[in-house]
Design a protein around this ligand. Sequence first.
Ligand SMILES: Nc1ncnc2c1ncn2[C@@H]1O[C@H](COP(=O)(O)OP(=O)(O)OP(=O)(O)O)[C@@H](O)[C@H]1O
Length: 335
Amino acid sequence: MKDDLILETINVTKNFFGDKSSGVNNITIFIPRGKVTAIVGESGSGKTTLLNLLFGQLQPDHGEVFFKEEQVLSRENGLQHAHKVMRMVTQNGSDMDHNLTVWDNIAVGLPEGDQSLAIQMVTEALNMLSIYQLKDLPLAKLSGGERQRVTIAKALISRPEVLLLDEPFNQVDASYREALQHDIRQIVREWGVTIVLVSHDPAEILSMADELIVLKEGEIVENGPPDMLYHSPQLLYTSQILASGSKLTSEQAKVCGIKSRRGVVVIYAEHVKVSRFGSKWTVKQVLFKGFFEELIIERDGVTLRVLNYNRGKYPKGSKISIKIEKYFEFGKWEN
Ligand SMILES: Nc1ncnc2c1ncn2[C@@H]1O[C@H](COP(=O)(O)OP(=O)(O)OP(=O)(O)O)[C@@H](O)[C@H]1O
């Protein structure tokens, strides 16, 4: 394995009902060291299964998973040393005791002995997750987001080389989420931890990940850096997972002035510019999004989503015209 890689799967398959319809099939991936890799895909595409295979929690039917040069889970010898330097955080929290304080929950697994070292390790983990001030509170008194920070701090206490996060922000409200994402990026930078993240949220994926792995029906269909997959998706599926856009048939695309030979056209909301000039489209809905609006506009039975930063300028019912700056074409056979 190359030095800049830390985890690797070679042709890994794990099925649950003896056929290819569940789990994952023939997955070969390389996880770069000290980076954030996100596994994305629709519900049931195999994201959690793949994470469990990387963690050694599931035995592959075929293929192998390696941490550096060492097989994570071997048929003969079970879990290997490699497994000890990985930690998994799931959306349901973990083995935490809600009556114990934050400090005690984090310190509980530490080896007996050097107390000053233990204090230093817990303090560092608490500071890294910005929850030092909560250290004396029982877990039961914390919000979902704060508890998730404690779970991550606990996972970090043993200084893992790899942190596997399964939908880690699900319980965390929007304002808190960004700060937590920032802190996790900080951990990657300062501690050199490798993160593998499963997530549904496009904003989360695009802002956090260095690499994306796109799963569909248990197979990898695309992978690469987020900006590449966002700006040049090879598949309709990828574009729909990563972006808010409108999906049109060739016939519908003609209404937007687009001639498509391939059959399906996707237009991202941010690629449509709006003005009053011409005014052939009608604003059907205005969705408040904070500092911008999303407009749902319609013409001849075709609906488009459009971003508008001039809030209030195009109220519901107003007539507008559009200019489409970029669009993607995909084959009809894709769904
Ligand atoms: N322990 C299991 N027993 C039986 N089937 C399973 C098991 N774990 C996963 N599966 C099936 O394998 C497929 C992939 O499941 P997985 O949980 O990996 O998907 P996912 O992409 O993480 O989904 P979600 O986003 O909904 O969590 C699904 O069809 C699921 O029903």
